[in-house]
Design a protein around this ligand. Structure first.
Ligand code: B16
Ligand code: MG
Length: 211
């Protein structure tokens, strides 16, 4: 029986992963850098600058640190403009009801996201005050697959990693959970990850896993 559940944000609680892709795609297309949905899989759960480095592996020239900083900012501006269209309707009934039921069952619930936009997104979907703790890109120095973001989340809710489960859609996130000593439940792409403790087809499967 777990005491805490730590949720990744993009691709688990809501579908902002689509907006990350659109924003990176625009940046890559404008510079003639090949980038598609397959390349995008490697960016899930990875920080903004590390994501840019992965995209630039296919660029035909080197970019200076200054250029890279500007590109990361440009991508974030595009991404944040896309977030402006989000509202409470972008939180599905399934996710909302499952979270409520897990709360009723007595679990401590936390966010463990690499994103520096986490609080903006939670506000948009009406979950600002819902979670017991938020660990995100603003309180870490190393992004997934390093376990720091989840270890901080466990610390914030006062629980040991062995008593917490991580819910993730990214291979980097499942790796991070393993490295931190957490059990994990994989959804989406991460459902196929052999290192995940549980495989989910849909978010409400958590009600079977966390009884
Ligand atoms: P930002 P997660 C991650 O969020 C995304 O999966 C990843 O694609 C993104 O680069 C990263 O956040 C940083 O996001 O640019 O908003 O700081 O999946 O860990 O919730
Ligand atoms: Mg994710």
């Amino acid at each position: 029986m777990y005491k805490g559940i730590i949720f990744d944000l993009d691709g688990v609680i809501c579908f902002t992963d689509r907006y990350h892709y659109q924003a990176w795609k625009k940046l890559a297309d404008e510079r003639g850098i090949p980038f598609d949905e397959e390349d995008n899989k490697r960016l899930r759960g990875v920080s903004r600058m590390d994501s840019l480095d992965i995209i630039l592996e296919k660029a035909d020239r080197a970019y200076t640190d200054e250029e890279k900083a500007r590109m990361a900012e440009e991508k974030n501006d595009t991404y944040r403009a896309l977030l402006e269209q989000m509202g409470p309707a972008d939180l599905s009934d399934e996710v909302r009801n499952t979270l409520r039921e897990l709360r009723n069952r007595g679990y401590k619930l936390a966010i463990g996201s690499s994103s520096k936009n986490t609080k903006t997104i939670l506000a948009r979907i009406g979950l600002s005050d819902f979670f017991d703790a938020i660990s995100d890109g603003t309180n870490i120095t190393r992004s997934k697959p390093d376990p720091e973001v989840f270890l901080k989340a466990a610390e914030f809710i006062g629980e040991d990693p062995k008593d917490c489960m991580v819910v993730e859609d990214a291979d980097a996130g499942i790796e991070a959970a393993c490295a931190g000593g957490f059990d994990s439940a994989g959804i989406g792409d991460a459902a196929a990850n052999a290192k995940a403790t549980y495989r989910m087809r849909k978010f409400s499967d958590l009600l079977e896993i966390a009884k």
